[in-house]
Every structure is written in structure tokens, then in C-alpha cells.
Design a protein around this ligand. Structure first.
Ligand code: ATP
Length: 338
């Protein structure tokens, strides 16, 4: 079952094109992440699904029903935003059921759903507190509870964890993902943080300049990036991209065996090993604790390699390094994977 389908959906504001004609299929019961740099169209895509924006062209379906012209309230989706948008004067419980009261759901049903949601999110002990008396993580959980209590089939989240400190963010990632799996929720989640996307998603939709760059599992995206952009956007230390001159790395004597049409080669820092036939000078190294990132010069290009942080490598020394040819990624002059 498909939770969300876009058929040639476009969104522009005059000359600003937020989304070029886009086809998209997001599966039900999955955690789908819209990922990309600032301004690439993530929030616009989410708002189009929610019905908060109207597409300039194309068709949007949710669970198989065409909702292109359906108002937000009738789409059966719930949203969680970055700023939790909780009412400060209402208690946790009142915040959670606010939407149900507005929709005049019967009191007995409200009570039942509230109890279930408080239990699911371990919020029962806090139900009488005001949002101001909660930690950031607890407030985030209340915002989530408000989305879950509506029993909507699709939950949309726009950078919901970005106001939390690093440690709490990590905990909430696990918590959110565990809850999504337990309840079988269909989630569409916006983030610009590739680590967050990689650690939470069933599928990542990588966007760039209003276009889908690649849709893939985190594993596929990392192991077989479809474009140069995907190759460099994903990964905590960026993939090395080296220009080719015929079969050689430009400016060096290092010969490779590129497939026809390759104009550059990519290799991840962790795939460069401190043992091999290529002797290159070290320009500098960065110690990050667990890792040592060593920058070596290859002609006028740089290769970064990731070694264990248990050693010291001095600048201006020479290193013999190498790689397994199976770990090389080839790209053509358009930046497409070969
Ligand atoms: P961020 O991570 O910074 O939130 P984003 O990927 O979510 O970025 P969008 O908010 O979807 O990006 O914006 C995509 C493009 O559309 C941007 O160039 C933005 O300036 C433009 N845009 C968004 N909303 C409007 C609007 N109401 N009117 C005009 N242009 C808009």
C-alpha cells in the first residue's frame, strides 16, 4: 500500500520553483525521510502532502484517494512541528485532546483515547502539568501525543527534534523510531541532518534544488549513491571525489581502471587504507577522538583517509596507502553514477 503518491506535482511562487515536476511513492507503514540542504523544498513537499499548500500542477493521493483539492482537516493526516505549538495555559492532557474536543468527539471516547496515548508515550505522570513545567523532550512527546491521539493514518513531522540538545535528540530518535515501528505508523519526516535521516529512515528521499536526487534505503544511499551530490551529502566525513585524466587521477601517476565515460572517481575516507602502493605526502591531520582524518596530497587534489584515532601522523611525512578497487565509485561528467 502506498501512503503518499505524487504524480508530476509542481509548486512555484512566480519565478521561485520550490518543486519541479515530481513523482513520488511513499510506502505505508514506513518511516520516510525528506532530506536535503536548506531551501531544497522539503517543507514545501510536506506542506503539499498536508494540504497547507496547493500544487501548481499535478496530483497528490493519500492511501489511494486523490486529495489534491481536499482541505487539510479532511486528509486524515497529523503534523508535528519544530516549535511544538502547545497551548501554554492548557495542561498536558488538555493539549493532547484539544483537537478531539474541537471535532466534538464524544467525551467517553476522548477519555479512552487520552489514556491510551498517555500510556503509549509514558506521559501519564505529567498529564496535569502545563507545558512550561516540562523538559524539551517531554514537550516534544506531548506534541507527538497530540498527533497520535487523532488516530490519523499518516503522521507528518517537520524537524521535530531540532530544538533539543544533542543527547536528548539521540534518545528521541530511538524513541520515535521504536514507536513508529510498534504502532506501524506511516511517517513522513523532514530533516536536513543526514545522520538523523540515515539512522531513522526506512527510505530516504534526497532533494536538491526542488528535485528528487535519489530515493533509497539508507544502506543503498551510502553504498551506491546515484549522483555526485548524494555521494558527498551523505556521510559524516565527505566522500573524496577525484578528477580523472584518462585512466589516471589528475596530476598524479596513480593509474586506475575506470569504466567508459568516467570523469571522476569517489572513495570514502574509511575505504582508504594505510597500506598500499601509492606513496603520497601528508598535508595535515585532524584528530576527532575515535578517528584520525589524514589529508594527503594527490597532485593538486586532496585525499582524506580515516584511520583509527590511536595513532599520530605528522604533517610533511609520506604515507603508503591504497584501496580495494571494489570500493571505488565512478561518475560521469554529468555527475551520474556509472
Ligand atoms: P529549510 O531546510 O531551510 O527549511 P526547505 O528544504 O524546507 O528548507 P522550503 O521551505 O520547502 O525549503 O523552500 C523551498 C524554496 O521555496 C525556497 O527557495 C523558499 O525560499 C521558497 N518558498 C517557500 N515558501 C515560499 C512562499 N510562501 N513564497 C515564496 N517562496 C517560497
Amino acid at each position: 500500500m502506498t501512503a503518499v503518491t505524487f504524480v508530476q506535482v509542481t509548486k512555484d511562487w512566480g519565478s521561485t520553483i520550490a518543486l519541479h515536476p515530481t513523482d513520488l511513492h511513499l510506502q505505508a507503514g514506513q518511516f520516510s525521510v525528506l532530506l536535503g540542504p536548506s531551501g531544497c523544498g522539503k517543507t514545501t513537499t510536506l506542506r503539499l502532502i498536508a494540504g497547507l499548500e496547493t500544487p501548481s500542477a499535478g496530483q497528490i493521493s493519500i492511501f489511494g484517494s486523490d486529495v489534491t483539492t481536499t482541505p487539510p482537516a479532511l486528509r486524515g493526516v497529523s503534523m508535528v512541528f519544530q516549535n511544538y505549538a502547545l497551548f501554554p495555559h492548557l495542561s498536558v492532557a488538555e493539549n493532547i485532546v484539544f483537537g478531539l474536543r474541537v471535532r466534538r468527539v464524544a467525551a467517553s471516547e476522548i477519555a479512552e483515547r487520552l489514556k491510551k496515548t498517555l500510556d503509549q508515550l509514558s506521559l501519564a505522570p505529567y498529564q496535569d502539568r502545563k507545558p512550561g513545567q516540562l523538559s524539551g523532550g517531554q514537550q516534544q512527546r506531548v506534541a507527538l501525543a497530540r498527533a497520535l491521539v487523532a488516530d490519523s493514518r499518516l503522521c507528518l513531522m517537520d524537524e521535530p527534534l531540532s530544538n533539543l540538545d544533542a543527547q536528548l535528540r539521540l534518545e528521541m530518535r530511538h524513541e520515535l523510531r521504536a514507536l513508529q515501528i510498534k504502532l506501524g505508523l506511516s511517517v513522513v519526516y523532514v530533516t536536513h541532518d543526514q545522520t538523523e535521516a540515515m539512522s531513522m529512515a526506512d527510505r530516504v528521499v534526497l532533494l536538491k534544488d526542488g528535485r528528487v536526487e535519489q530515493v533509497a534505503t539508507p544502506f543503498e544511499l551510502y553504498q551506491a549513491p546515484g549522483t555526485l551530490f548524494a555521494a558527498q551529502f551523505i556521510g559524516t566525513s565527505r566522500m573524496n571525489i577525484l578528477k580523472l585524466e584518462g585512466a589516471r587521477i589528475a596530476g598524479t601517476a596513480i593509474r586506475l581502471e575506470p569504466p567508459a565515460g568516467a570523469s571522476c572517481v569517489g572513495i570514502r575516507p574509511e575505504d582508504v587504507v594505510l597500506d598500499g602502493p601509492y606513496v603520497l605526502p601528508v598535508s595535515h591531520s585532524e584528530f576527532t577522538g575515535a578517528d584520525l582524518l589524514v589529508h594527503v596530497r594527490a597532485g593538486d587534489q586532496t585525499i582524506v583517509l580515516r584511520a583509527q584515532g590511536k595513532q599520530v601522523v605528522n604533517a610533511h611525512t609520506q604515507l603508503a596507502l591504497g584501496w580495494d578497487a571494489r570500493h571505488l565509485h565512478w561518475f560521469d561528467h554529468k555527475g551520474l553514477r556509472i
